[in-house]
Each structure stands twice: as structure tokens, then as C-alpha cells.
Design a protein around this ligand. Structure first.
Ligand code: FES
Length: 145
């Protein structure tokens, strides 16, 4: 009986994974299982925190060295898609100059993911907008120096 339950649970988990993979695509599925660059950062050079219309909040942290992003990370209290999009936003920000960062938008994140279901697309825009605001925060800091 126990083995039956274990097998049923494993089959159910496999089905959920397959459904998720089909709905969100392989890159998003893999990143959902293992998000990269998640967590806060002490004394970031650029930082932003934005709460989207869905009430989920995204934070982006950037550290620069020689005018390039040396470290990037994100944190969110949002859905699985927001975790995936925050993770890709941080990854896509790495090693970029401020000018290059301007071109990392929600659309770029969606493109990198190969798209998201319509109801989840705003998660990518929240990540992109937060990244742009973190860049803005960095630029303002640079002007004050
Ligand atoms: Fe709000 Fe995904 S549902 S960020």
C-alpha cells in the first residue's frame, strides 16, 4: 500500500512537471526548479524595489566594477514566473555596461524564455522595469559623486 502511494505521488509530481514544462517552456521550467542569483546584497550600487499591479514585489540589486555589472541578484515574494523572470533579469544584467543594460527589458526576458503564458507575461515586465529602475538608481548615484 505504501509503495502504491509513493508511486502515485511520483506520477502526480511527474505530471505536474510535464504540464509546467509544456505551459512555460524548458528554460523557464529549469530556472523555476533552480533559480540563480536569488537573494539580497549588502551595499548595492544600484537597487530598486517595485510592486506590480498584481501586488507582487520584485527587488533587483546591482554591483558595478569598472563600469560593468559585477554582481546582480533579485528577490521577490511573487509567483513562480516572477522568480524565473527575476533570475533571468539578474543573469542578463551580468557583465553589462549601463548603456547595454538599457536594452534588457521585459520583452528581452520574454524572448530569452521563449515566451510565457499571457497571464504571466507581466512578471517579465515587472522584472525588466525593476532592473531599469536599479540602473537609474545607479546612474543617479554616479552623478552625485
Ligand atoms: Fe505577480 Fe507574477 S503574478 S509577478
Amino acid at each position: 500500500m505504501r509503495e502504491d502511494l509513493k508511486e502515485a505521488a511520483m506520477n502526480l509530481q511527474e505530471k505536474i512537471f510535464d504540464d509546467t514544462k509544456n505551459a512555460f517552456g524548458v528554460p523557464a521550467f529549469e530556472r523555476w526548479q533552480k533559480p540563480l542569483y536569488r537573494g539580497g546584497m549588502d551595499n548595492p550600487d544600484g537597487y530598486a524595489r517595485i510592486t506590480g499591479p498584481c501586488k507582487d514585489t520584485m527587488e533587483i540589486f546591482l554591483k558595478f566594477e569598472n563600469d560593468r555589472v559585477k554582481e546582480a541578484s533579485f528577490e521577490t515574494d511573487g509567483c513562480g514566473s516572477s522568480v524565473v523572470c527575476g533570475s533571468f533579469a539578474a543573469e542578463m544584467a551580468l557583465h553589462k555596461t549601463p548603456d547595454e543594460l538599457l536594452y534588457v527589458t521585459g520583452e528581452d526576458i520574454l524572448e530569452r524564455l521563449g515566451g510565457l503564458p499571457e497571464v504571466e507575461r507581466h512578471c517579465a515586465f515587472l522584472a525588466g522595469e525593476t532592473l531599469q529602475e536599479a540602473l537609474n538608481n545607479y546612474m543617479i548615484g554616479q552623478q552625485r559623486k
